[in-house]
Structure formats: structure tokens, C-alpha cells
Design a protein around this ligand. Structure first.
Ligand code: ARG
Length: 656
């Protein structure tokens, strides 16, 4: 059901003859922010007036005279400088709601122009535990895939695993030097994770020790500059004093950050030096960073031992992340990791050379691109290929395999430069008809306004995060169930609810934010029962189930009826209108790949339901028609929320 599209069509006809290309003006027809301006508002008269050199109100008048929306709307009204306000007819809304009610697809028809879209998301570097940073790519990419698919597009979801990088050099090194055979036999995944952390710690320790002098020098320099600024600030010359004060302010925060950094480095050093065992290990492996690179290089060069270890480790690493995906209810069509593309990397570089797109610089093969200060390196001086080379080979493979119209990369915004270059290189290579898109997202922040870390400064592990969310959800569930006397839940059912609520809240907290911004992580906030949270959206669903149960109404039987619908209160009308906007919300998501637009829609919808439920009795409605109308509203709301949440990758609970 897409009434907005129909209204736009009507405007298109009306504008034809007034302007050469009506299309851009159609974007100015939108749902009204305020009910007193009708349900939809068209703001196209103002820019059109400018273009045609006439008065906006006259233009609006001209449009209205040519506009035929009588099928859907009351007579359009012109307001203010030239807004055209459209109010849908109540009978039309009622009839449209009836159509949606009767359709298992909620009135949504698959797109007439299906596209093929490859969605590259999650894509963690395996062999190290997944951390909080992976949650965003995973849930955002999953939701985008679901929405596109639901609208009738062909989606290939591909988990571009980092299964060929330095982290394997790290566990190979760890395995050769630090492994505990018994532990490896019993629980290989856990042992590999331990080895990864251990090697990481030794590398970090040496880097920290090496880094201290430079950090100290930088801090000393800032302190020196502060002394100068202090003198300047004390100057009798007003302009100088002002500059001094500004410098002081700027330096103050830089000094703070620098001290903080130094403190963190010293803490990292202490972590090793406080443990005789860790210190001995670090001292015994002074060149670990280089050795790890050597192990990685040997793997890439086909060294038999390292290759064998890699083949042995990889299934364990995959198993490890599968556990997380299972808990998150995520599945991929493809999981072609970086290693998959290794056989073609040499070829790709040769092709770039042959086409004159790459040339040697300082021994490396570089692609020089217009508009970039630095080239994209595709083969290092020592012959090694890079992340970018693999990404080029991946594009070639995907184009050949699936002929996509678009490839979406749901990846941290910090890789923006990489993707800009990659896309430019791909276009130069000849892939200029595919929409290559970096669907970037911001950082997960802690409540202190810094990137979310554990207390000792480590990144937060994803599994622990999930456990904690479920645990917290369980206590919220328990607390609320104590209050409601009439519902009895077994411990098992409580745990199931806690699972859905915990994981759902975690996903929703992320998806309800505009992906481009950083977002602040808070268990308490995401589990709140009020506000834009998953529990707030889950309640109305369970509540409607409760209404049907209480009224002893069989859902399937009711759905087979044709209820009489008459919208007689503003709350009923508002809820119905919102329900009819579901398809628009989904289409909005696909414009810039913003799942938060769907989340916001669901939030608005459940808020409208809240207002409706407060004002309108359902089972004890005044008339039979009112009862049927309200049950239909409740049911369509329940189905829309369920479907909408499913498209966000979130499950519902039948009662809570
Ligand atoms: N493995 C990479 C990382 O963890 C992300 C890969 C994203 N996808 C891609 N085709 N480059 O940073």
C-alpha cells in the first residue's frame, strides 16, 4: 500500500505542462508533521514559483485546479505562502485498511524493477574473538538485506571474512611457541583465542615500551607551549591576551588527551611487568612483531607447515563465529573469505599493469587515481598483495558471478578512504555500471564519551556483550513479572523472553540510530520500557495477543472474516493512517540504506497504538462495528510490528 506513490503520480500529471520535468518536485510531497496540515503536504509551489517567476499561491492554485486526487483525498487546501495540504478521506483509509487486513503481505507488492544487490557485511577478521565493533556491521547489513529481499530484490549476502591476514601469523606464532597441547585437544577454539590474546599482549607491550619516549616528548612540548601561552594570556595587549587565552584552551584539552594516552600506555606496560611470567615471556620474545609478519609472509608464500596449520585452524575459527551468528539469528548466502581470492591476485595486478592503470613506484605497484593525494598500492615491494588487491579481485568475481546492480559495503567509516580509492580504481578498470556503495557507520561509544572499552582498556568481546544483555533483560523481565499477578511464567519461558528481549534490545539500540553517527552504548537505556527501545515495541504486540486471548477470539478465524471498518475517533484514524505507511517506510530505508527509518516508523506506529489503546476500548467497544474496527486495527498493528521487527532481525515474544 503506497498512497504516497499514487499522490505523486497525480501531481506528476498535474505538473506536466507547467514545468518541463516534474520529477524533482515530487520529492516535496511528504507526510505532514502536524495533523492540522492534513495527512500529506506538498511544498512544490514555492520553488516552482521561483523558477516560473510567479506568486507561489497562484502556482499552488494552478496545481490544485489541475490536480485530481479525489479518489483518495478531500478537496486540497492551500495554506500559508503556498503549501498544498491533502487530507485522506476517512472512507478511503477504512477501505485501504481492509485491503491490508485481508492480505498476508500487508498490501506490499514486490517491486516491478527487481535489482541484484550484493551486501558485504559483518566480515570480521577471524582467529581473533569478535568484539563490539562487529555488532554494527552485522546487524545493519542484515537488516538492509532483509528489507531489500522483502521488497522483491535479489540479494546476495556475503560475509567477506578476513581469513588470510596477520592474525593468522599471530596464532601460528603462538601455536609454535606458547601452545598448551592438552587445552588445544579439549577446546581448540578457546586455546587459539588464548594464543591470540597472549601474542597480542606481547606485541602491545613491546610497542608500548618503544612508544613511551615519543609520547613523553610530545607531552613535554605541549607543556612548553602552554608556558608560552600563559605569558601571552597575561599580556596587557588585548589582542595578544585573547590569542593566549584561546591557545590555553586548545592546549589544555590536548595536554589532557596526551596525558591520558601516556597513562594508558603505562598501564599497558604495567599489565605485563606486574606479572613475572608475562614479563619473562615478553623478554624472551623481543622480536615478536617481525616474527609474526614473517610467519604471515611464509603462509602467503605457500610454506607447507604454516599452510597446514592455517587449514587446521580455519574451521575452528569459523565455528567460533558461527556460534555468535546463531545467537544473533544471522545467516549468509556466501562466506567467501579473503583467502578465496588469493589465486587471482597476481592476475589482477598484471591486468592493471597491462591496461596502464598501475605502475611501479619505489618497487611497489601503485594505482594513481585522480583526486587522491596518495596512490592505491596493490603489490608491495616485497611482492605481498594487500587488502585492496583482494577487494579488486572480489569485485571482479562478484560481477562475473552475479552481475549485481549494486554492491554495498557495510563497513566502519574509518575505511572511507580505502573504499573511495577502491571504487575509483574499479571504475577505471571498467566496472562503471555498478553502484558501489560504502554504507559507513560510526563508532560504538561508552558512557564516558570514548570508544566503548572494558575497564582495563580492552575492546569488549561480543559474546560477553550478548550474555550481559540477556542477563540484564532477565532481571527486567523478572522484576516486571513480579508485578503482574495474573500471568504465570515458568523459569524456562522467562529465560526465552529474556533472550529475545536482550538480543533484540541490543540490535534495536544500534539500528534505531542513524548509522552514520557514533552511538552510545548503554544496557540500561536499551532495556527501558519507555522511549525508543525494543521492549517498548514488543509490548503492544504481546498486549494485542492478550486482548485476543481475553476476548476468546481465535486469530486465524478472525483473519478469515471481513470486518466492518469505520474510523470514528481521531486515534483510530491516526493509527490506521500510520499502518498504511509501512511500505513507504521500507522504501525510505532503501534510498540511503538507513534501517533507522524503519525503526523510527515502528516507534511512531507503536506510539500511535498507545494513544489509541488509551482512548478506545476494544473488547468492550460501544458498538459491534467499533469492536470489529478496533480488533482489525490491533491485528494489523501486531502483524506490521512483527514484520517490521523481523526486517530489523528482531524476534517477538507472544506474551510478556
Ligand atoms: N575484515 C575487514 C575488517 O575487519 C572488513 C572487510 C570489509 N569488506 C571488504 N570487502 N573490504 O576491517
Amino acid at each position: 500500500m503506497n498512497v504516497l506513490a499514487q499522490l505523486k503520480q497525480a501531481f506528476h500529471s498535474a505538473l506536466q505542462g507547467m514545468v518541463a520535468d516534474p520529477t524533482p518536485y515530487l520529492e516535496l510531497i511528504r507526510p505532514s508533521q502536524d495533523a492540522k496540515f492534513g495527512d500529506y503536504q506538498a511544498n512544490c509551489a514555492m520553488p516552482l514559483a521561483k523558477e516560473l517567476g510567479q506568486k507561489p499561491r497562484d502556482i499552488a492554485q494552478g496545481i490544485v485546479e489541475r490536480l485530481d486526487v479525489s479518489q483518495w483525498c478531500d478537496t486540497p487546501e492551500i495554506a500559508g505562502p503556498g503549501f498544498i495540504n491533502l487530507r485522506l478521506r476517512d472512507e478511503w483509509i477504512a477501505q485501504a485498511l481492509g485491503t491490508v487486513f485481508a492480505d498476508a503481505q500487508l498490501g506490499i507488492v514486490p517491486t516491478a524493477e527487481p535489482k541484484t544487490v550484493v551486501v558485504d557485511y559483518s566480515s570480521p577478521n577471524v582467529a581473533k574473538p569478535m568484539h563490539v565493533g562487529h555488532i554494527r556491521s552485522t546487524v545493519i547489513g542484515d537488516s538492509i538485506s532483509r528489507v531489500l529481499r522483502f521488497l522483491g530484490h535479489r540479494v546476495v549476502s556475503d560475509n567477506h571474512l578476513g581469513d588470510w591476514g596477520t592474525q593468522f601469523g599471530m596464532i601460528i606464532y603462538g601455536y609454535k611457541h606458547f601452545r598448551n597441547d592438552e587445552a588445544y585437544q579439549v577446546a581448540p577454539v578457546a586455546e587459539l583465542a588464548r594464543l591470540y590474546r597472549l601474542v597480542r599482549a606481547v606485541i602491545d607491550y613491546h610497542a608500548a615500551v618503544l612508544g613511551v619516549p615519543a609520547q613523553e616528548a610530545a607531552l613535554a612540548k605541549l607543556v612548553e607551549q602552554r608556558t608560552v601561552a600563559e605569558q601571552l594570556a597575561a599580556s596587557t595587549d588585548a589582542a595578544e591576551a585573547k590569542k593566549g587565552a584561546a591557545d590555553l584552551k586548545r592546549l589544555g584539552s590536548r595536554i589532557e588527551a596526551s596525558e591520558e594516552g601516556l597513562r594508558a600506555t603505562r598501564e599497558k606496560i604495567a599489565l605485563t611487568e606486574d606479572s613475572p611470567e608475562a614479563l619473562a615471556r615478553a623478554q624472551a620474545h623481543p622480536n615478536i612483531a617481525t616474527s609474526v609478519l614473517d610467519e604471515t609472509a611464509a603462509l602467503h608464500a605457500g610454506d607447507a607447515e604454516n599452510r597446514k596449520l592455517w587449514e587446521e585452524f580455519l574451521p575452528y575459527c569459523r565455528e567460533d563465529i558461527q556460534r555468535v551468528y546463531k545467537r544473533l539469528n544471522i545467516e549468509f548466502d556466501e562466506e567467501l573469505g579473503e583467502s578465496f581470492y588469493q589465486p587471482w591476485l597476481g592476475e589482477v595486478v598484471e591486468e592493471f599493469q597491462a591496461k596502464g592503470l598501475a605502475r611501479e613506484s619505489d618497487g611497489a605497484q601503485c594505482v594513481f587515481l585522480d583526486g587522491f593525494d596518495t596512490p592505491m598500492i596493490i603489490r608491495k615491494r616485497d611482492g605481498a598483495f594487500l587488502y585492496a588487491t583482494t577487494d579488486l579481485a572480489t569485485i571482479r568475481y562478484r560481477m562475473k558471478q552475479w552481475q549485481p546492480d549494486a554492491i554495498l559495503y557495510v563497513v566502519d567509516h574509518r575505511q572511507g578512504e580505502h573504499f573511495h580509492k577502491l571504487f575509483a580504481a574499479a571504475r577505471a578498470w571498467g566496472y562503471d555500471h555498478v553502484d558501489l556503495r560504502h554504507v559507513a557507520f560510526g563508532t560504538v561509544m561508552g558512557s564516558d564519551g570514548r570508544p566503548f572499552k572494558t575497564r582495563d582498556g580492552d575492546t569488549v568481546g561480543l559474546e560477553g556483550l550478548l550474555d550481559r544483555a540477556v542477563e540484564k533483560a532477565r532481571s527486567v523481565v523478572d522484576e516486571n513479572l513480579e508485578k503482574s499477578k495474573d500471568l504465570v511464567f515458568s523459569g524456562e519461558e522467562r529465560q526465552r523472553i529474556a533472550n529475545v528481549v536482550g538480543i533484540g534490545s541490543l540490535k534495536y539500540a544500534d539500528l534505531s540510530q542513524n548509522r552514520a553517527s557514533d552511538y552510545t552504548f548503554s544496557y540500561d537505556k536499551m532495556l527501558e520500557l519507555k522511549g525508543n527501545t525494543a521492549p517498548y515495541l514488543l509490548y503492544p504486540y504481546a498486549r494485542v495477543n492478550g486482548i485476543f486471548a481475553k476476548g476468546d477470539i481465535d486469530t486465524e478465524a478472525f483473519r478469515a472474516t471481513t470486518p466492518t471498518i469505520s474510523l470514528d475517533t481521531p486515534e483510530e484514524r491516526q493509527l490506521a493512517l500510520k499502518l498504511l505507511q509501512f511500505e513507504n517506510a521500507l522504501l525510505d530505508v532503501t534510498v540511503d540504506y538507513l534501517p533507522n527509518l524503519l525503526a523510527n516508523y515502528l516507534y511512531d506506529l507503536t506510539s500511535s497504538f498507545g494513544q489509541f489503546y488509551e482512548k478506545c476500548k476494544v473488547l468492550e467497544a460501544e458498538t459491534e462495528t467499533a469492536k470489529q474496527t478496533r480488533l482489525a486495527l490491533c491485528d494489523v498493528m501486531r502483524r506490521t510490528v512483527r514484520q517490521g521487527l523481523e526486517l530489523l532481525g528482531i524476534e517477538v515474544v507472544e506474551r510478556m
